[in-house]
Design a protein around this ligand. Sequence first.
Ligand code: SAM
Length: 254
Amino acid sequence: MTPLKASNARLKDVRRLSRRSVRTERRLFLADGPKAVEAALAAGCVEEVFLRAGAEPPAPPADVRVTVVEDRALELLSDAVTPAGVVALCRFVDVPVAEALSGARLVAVCADVRDPGNAGTVIRCADAAGADAVVLAGHSVDLYNPKTLRASVGSAFHLPVAVEPSAAAAVQAAGAAGLTVLAADGAGEVGLYDAPLGGPTAWLFGNEAWGLPDDLAALADHRVAIPIHGRAESLNLSTAAVLCLYESARAQRS
Ligand SMILES: C[S@@+](CC[C@H](N)C(=O)[O-])C[C@H]1O[C@@H](n2cnc3c(N)ncnc32)[C@H](O)[C@@H]1O
């Protein structure tokens, strides 16, 4: 098979998925690198795999097209500094918020999280802690931003992720689904080690710069603070998330 050149019209069109507006319109995105492609294939959302000539081919199901492309073409499809040689064209995997929350016992809700590395790391930590879902709420970064996907290291395909433009609606939906909503807040009135963690729980995490707005935190059942023993002003969002989610996992599983 002759590798497709970067100038190929179809590849040029696929490259337009680097823009969020095009991804949203088509409900398609690119998963980059062997881990993400493997997880996307397992999740059944892959339409086509683009492979650098000579790269180790994945083992896609028969209905997934595999296209060999020239090095330059792969570089242009990939966001990585050193492309790993395989990129998958995938259908969106996010689910409605009610579906993500239904029957869930542990959920992470990110409100207005802007940094793709943080969002992807929260998804990865939620997956590792055995959480049932993640909600990217409010004006949070795009789930399908290549940096979000890279930081999630495949976890974006492992557990349901919902995108809810209203953070208040996400919190209300969590309450309606029977989850106790705990707002992670350095100024919270309950300490993490005294918080009621045994039941179904949705953790609410705030923006990297301004945290949780008061009106949003007020919708939670409790505001929970991770103790700061030293002089740090606060914890990084994804560090706070991992502590809260693992403490919940410990309480729920013991
Ligand atoms: C970098 S912090 C925001 C700091 C911001 N200056 C503030 O006043 O909240 C981002 C998010 O991480 C979580 N977080 C950080 N430190 C925390 C702590 N000590 N206790 C609970 N949550 C914390 C909160 O959800 C917070 O909204």
